[in-house]
Structures are given as C-alpha cells and as structure tokens.
Ligand binder design. Structure first.
Ligand SMILES: CC(C)(COP(=O)(O)OP(=O)(O)OC[C@H]1O[C@@H](n2cnc3c(N)ncnc32)[C@H](O)[C@@H]1OP(=O)(O)O)[C@@H](O)C(=O)NCCC(=O)NCCS
Length: 402
C-alpha cells in the first residue's frame, strides 16, 4: 500500500462522495451534485490515495465563527471518511496532520468540527466546546408560564420571501452567539432553500415563518400522521432564532400551537433556549443532550488573544498538545474589552491538555469540572479565576451541523 495525501481536483467530486457514501452508509444522490459543488472547497480537502485511487476524505469549510466577543476565521473540519477496506491504518491521522498544517498556513487560529463519535477527536486536541439539546415537546403541555411575554404574531412567508429576509436576520444575530457561523449565499441556497425531497424524511417541504417585528424566524416541516383514526402529527423545527423575548415567544408559540400535531421535535437547541423558560411545565419536554461543536486551538496564542473574557484577570496556563507533544506555556492578560497572550517562562498555575483548553474556549465547559475529574492540575484560586474569565453568556450554540 502506497498512500499519498493531497487535495482533490474539482472534477473528483464523484469519487469524494463515493468514499463518503461507503463510510457513512448512504448512496450519493446525483440530484444534489450541483449543490455539493457550490459548497465544497476541493483545494482545502486532504484526501488519501492508494495507488491513485481515492480511499479516504477530509474536507474543510472556510468558516467565520463567532467566539466570545469576536468573529474568527476557522477551519471547519468536515466530511471525514475512510473506506472500510482502509480503516485503522492511520489514514485519518495522516489527513488530519496535513489539514491542520493547512489551517496554520491560512492563519486560522482555530479548527472546529462536529464529531460522528465523541471518542475520535480528543487525541487530535479538539475539545467539546458547546453542547446541543434535542428537544421533544408534547403540544398537549405547551401552555406558557404566566411571566412569558405576549407572543409576537408570526407570518407565513414563501421560500422566495424567506430568501430575501432571513440572511439579514441571521447576520445580525450570529455575532452575539459564540458557536454560530456565517452562511454565505451558496450556503443559504444549498442548505436552506434547495430542499430536495430525498432529505425530507417523509415530511413536508420546508415552511418559513417570520416574527412580525422582523427580528426572528423559524424554518420547519410538518409530518402528517394518524394513529387509530386520531391525529398524531409532528412539527420538526430545523432552525429557529430571534432577537427579542416577544419574537422568541411568538415563534415558539406558533410552532407549539399547530392543530393535529401531537409533538414538536427540535434538534440541536441551545441549553439556554428561551423555550425552557416559556413553558409552564418544562418537565413535560424530553431533552437529550449531546456534544455540539469541537474546537482545537491551532494557534493558542492568537486564539486566546482574539476572544473577550467575562471578567478581568491574569493567568499562566501550560497546555500540552496531544497531537505532537508540543507544550505551550502562556501568559494571558484578559478582560471584557479584549486580551493579550504571549509565551512565558513563569511557573504555570494550570497545566492541562490542549483538548480541555479547546473545551472551555467558547465559554461552555468549566475547568473546575475537569479538575474534579482529575483531568488537569491547578490551584483552586487560579481555576476559579479561569472559570470566571472563560465563561460566557450566552452559552455557545451551533445550531447547524457542517
Ligand atoms: C472514523 C474514521 C474516519 C477513522 O479513520 P481511520 O483511518 O480508521 O483512523 P486512524 O487509523 O487514523 O485512527 C486514528 C486514531 O483514532 C482512533 N479511532 C479511529 N476511529 C475511531 C472511532 N470511530 N472511535 C474511536 N476511536 C477511533 C484510532 O484507534 C486511532 O487511535 P490511536 O491514534 O490512539 O492509535 C473512519 O473509521 C470512518 O470513516 N468512519 C465512518 C465515518 C465517520 O464516522 N467519520 C467521522 C466523521 S466526524
């Protein structure tokens, strides 16, 4: 076996998708090939070839990712797939090393990904930087709390109308939520408006609702279902975001009050979604927590200096990169207005794996939680100071898998 790692040529989309289909278990759909071309960045991919035949893929999106107080260029690691004939022979590791070199050359301080399995990426220095909650809410218990604001009315709009207004709403809101990333026109088009039948899972085409103040929207589907003659329908929310409490309340109230729907499914929600404060009986909802995006600090100095921090403070941190054994001993001087970070010879107050620094980077995980689990060392006061500095409101939320 002679393996070469290299970017794909633009005309290799079919081979790329064939490998992905074998690894993930789907048949590539010719109808979505055009969309694939508009989103794929072949020059960023790092794929494995065995005797000139593509046998493994690793793609990357050039993301603009919100981090606390800033928006950063980030390498969005994606479409990682190894043919079953070539698994566990080190191809992922080889592709990942080449991809991260590319991320460094592009001066992207961080890389981010969604993981198919949570046990794969820690060894490459990625930490779970946000969580994502899958919600099932029974409409029979959708009454709102007495303190919930009056819901803003919602207007149903066509997909053409949605194309005209949704991107601006998203662009206004995404810089306020760490974990969200920019959607360019091709992304909106391919991911949110193309809506091929093969991706509807038996539900309707996408519906679009706009909060009357124009500061929030919902994208959803309906599933018609009857059980023993009785309505048992479902509403499946794909995207829902708003700026004001009234618009949040309006959109959730609209979704929860569909006749003939027994249940609302909304995946990848924020743990701080106002829905949980609106419901008078939140205990009636079923929540399944999962990991959201994973972050690796490719350039820890640049990444730590780029974000903002909840409180003023100074820290000396030593982070060990499990990928190449490199040790970064860093002095961080930071606060709500910004930060500076540099290498230092000072004694570290906290020593940790780069994975766990990635996990706290967006403001969700806590170092003291890792310390209690024995994953890192540090004196209690420094850990408390670090947690106060790194934590962020709102908690990071990435509502879309890439
Ligand atoms: C996951 C996948 C990409 C791994 O590729 P691979 O070439 O077999 O991985 P490697 O041989 O380079 O293994 C690298 C390391 O990851 C570990 N690893 C690989 N796959 C793993 C998995 N599914 N779960 C846990 N650990 C895994 C290996 O044991 C190895 O560990 P080591 O460095 O400590 O020895 C491949 O199995 C695959 O395509 N799976 C199906 C699609 C998928 O899940 N893709 C990931 C999308 S996020």
């Amino acid at each position: 076996m002679s393996i070469e790692i290299r970017p794909a040529a633009p005309d290799e989309a079919a081979s790329f998708r064939r490998v992905m289909g074998h690894a993930f278990g789907f048949d590539p759909n010719e109808k979505t090939l055009d969309r694939f071309h508009t989103l794929w960045e072949p020059e960023r991919s790092r794929n494995a070839y065995d005797e000139e035949k593509m046998v493994a893929t690793l793609g990357a999106f050039s993301l603009q990712l919100t981090v606390p107080g800033a928006v950063l260029p980030a390498g969005g690691t994606t479409m990682v797939a190894v043919l079953p004939t070539h698994r566990r022979q080190g191809l992922l590791r080889k592709m990942m090393l080449s991809h991260l070199e590319d991320v460094a050359e592009r001066e992207e301080p961080i890389a981010a990904l969604w993981a198919s399995e949570s046990s794969i990426y820690g060894r490459f220095g990625f930490g779970t930087a946000s969580n994502a909650i899958d919600v099932k809410a029974p409409t029979a218990h959708a009454g709102f709390h007495r303190l919930a604001p009056a819901p803003a009315p919602v207007e149903l709009i066509t997909s053409d109308q949605a194309r005209a207004v949704l991107p601006a709403i998203h662009d206004k809101l995404r810089p306020t939520w760490p974990g969200m990333y920019a959607r360019n026109e091709a992304w909106w088009s391919g991911r949110w408006f193309l809506d091929p039948k093969s991706e509807r899972d038996g539900a309707t085409s996408l519906r679009y609702g706009l909060a009357s103040h124009g500061d929030g929207y919902v994208i959803y589907r309906q599933k018609e279902r009857w059980t023993a003659g009785n309505p048992n329908g479902e509403i499946v929310v794909s995207d829902l975001v708003a700026e004001t409490p009234e618009s949040w309340s309006g959109l959730w109230s609209f979704i929860l009050n569909h006749d003939l729907a027994k249940e609302v499914t909304a995946n990848l929600r924020s743990s701080q979604d106002p829905l949980f404060s609106f419901l008078a009986a939140p205990r009636r909802t079923t929540l399944r927590p999962g990991d959201g995006i994973w972050v690796r600090l490719q350039d820890p100095v640049k990444a730590l200096a780029a974000r903002h921090y909840s409180v003023e403070g100074e820290l000396v941190i030593e982070a060990h990169d499990p990928l190449d054994g490199r040790v970064h001993r860093l002095l961080l001087e930071a606060g709500p207005e910004g930060a500076s970070c540099s290498h230092t010879d000072r004694e570290p107050e906290i020593v940790l794996d780069l994975e766990d620094l990635g996990a706290v980077y967006l403001g969700w995980s806590r170092l003291r939680t890792f310390a209690r689990a024995g994953r890192l060392s540090g004196d209690h006061q420094a850990l408390a100071r670090a947690d106060a500095m790194f934590s962020w409101d709102p908690a990071p939320w990435c509502p879309e898998i890439f």
